[in-house]
Design a protein around this ligand. Structure first.
Ligand code: SAH
Length: 350
């Protein structure tokens, strides 16, 4: 392999993850919020219903999810909406953005009988049909390919993959990205052009027709930097450049850069996942579900709520950003959200 030409990191990551999601069961390697507890999807189902009210109850509307994994989040949202917001459930046309044929089949099975109208699948967010839309994405942006730039005394170099190692080559034209941050020499700044394209695409769409997006992921918000590329193989951390397609490659999401790219749309947050779920009633829901259960079951429900929301578990690292058409109400859970001032101007430790 050492004789091969260097491959830019984002191209390597795109190739590796396409093979990984097409061929492997990602959920053998990691567990996501909707897989931890049905409460996650129920709470976001109620969030969709309230957001839909605030948008003027458009009927029909596109209810989209990007990167739906096993379809658990959408299935849990649908079950809740059918019960407490039947008008919204009936108006929703479910559209899923998923590139893996294998996961599309898993999602189809998960949603069978749950939606009022048959769901449809698309390869990309910009292929979603026009019209009023609410879009959710949980742990989608972190799977998109990143570029890594190394600050040098002279400017920037860029990391390429050669064999199982990195080579730094002088950077040509820099892409749009947060290159104005005070990154010290020798440190890495990441840039995810595909995520910024999502931000720009949604902002342009939300200028044409009413829309709200909720993006939840692990990441950082503020003028920070650092190497966050990581690989999970068979549930264990692995070297990201070994055996492309056998490990899940992710990078933390740069919410500040995402919001900055969403020109023309209103962005709210980020807020931490813990704050969002607490504001949306996670602990009340847990109490309700735990009532009349055995002590063991009740403990499991409360523990799942803690796992989703406690700062030392998923509650702080995971963050949520809402993006809306200009003039729409602030979505539930985002009012008066304080910024993440604590991580301004620092290296971000994954
Ligand atoms: N949202 C789910 C799954 C997260 S895993 C959950 O919370 O459980 C990431 C998901 O994004 C998978 O469904 C994967 O197939 C999909 N995905 C990854 N890259 C993608 C891309 N470029 N376009 C569309 N879907 C993608």
């Amino acid at each position: 392999m050492s004789g091969t030409a260097p491959e830019r990191l984002d191209r390597f990551m795109a190739r590796a993850n396409a093979a990984y999601y097409a061929g492997r069961d990602p959920f053998a390697d990691f567990i996501t919020a909707p897989e931890i507890s049905q409460m996650f999807g129920e709470i976001l189902g109620a969030w969709v219903a309230v957001t839909w009210q605030g948008m003027g109850r458009p009927d029909p509307f596109v209810l989209a999810e990007a990167g739906p994994g096993r379809g658990t989040l959408m299935a849990d949202m649908m079950r809740l909406m059918a019960r407490v917001a039947p008008d919204c459930h009936e108006a929703a046309r479910v559209h899923l953005v998923e590139t893996s044929p294998r996961l599309r089949e898993v999602q189809r099975a998960a949603l069978a009988g749950r939606t009022a109208h048959l769901p449809a699948w698309h390869d990309a967010i910009d292929a979603l049909p026009e019209g009023p839309m609410i879009l959710l994405a949980n742990e989608f942006l972190d799977a998109l390919p990143i570029r890594q730039f190394v600050r040098t005394e002279a400017g920037w170099s860029e990391r390429f993959v050669q064999g199982v190692g990195f080579v730094d080559l002088p950077a040509g034209d820099l892409p749009d990205g947060p290159f104005d941050r005070p990154v010290p020499a020798g440190e890495i700044l990441e840039c995810c052009p595909a995520a910024l394209d999502v931000a720009r695409g949604l902002a342009a769409r939300f200028a044409r027709s009413p829309g709200t997006a909720l993006l939840i992921d692990y990441g950082y918000d503020g003028a920070v930097w650092g190497d966050t590329l990581q690989a999970l193989r068979d549930g264990q951390p692995a070297w990201p450049l070994a055996d492309p397609g056998l490990a899940d490659l992710t990078a933390h999401v740069d919410f500040a850069a995402f919001a900055h790219a969403a020109v023309g749309a209103a962005c709210h947050g980020s807020v931490t996942q813990g704050t969002l779920l607490a504001r949306l009633g996670l602990f009340a829901r847990a109490g309700q579900l735990a009532r009349n259960r055995s002590p063991v079951e009740a403990h499991a429900i409360h523990d799942a709520a803690q796992r989703l929301a406690a700062p030392d578990r998923m509650g702080r690292l995971f963050k949520a950003l809402a993006m809306t058409s200009p003039g729409l109400p602030v979505p539930p859970g985002f009012a008066a959200a304080p910024g993440m001032a604590a991580d301004e101007g620092e290296r971000h430790e994954p």
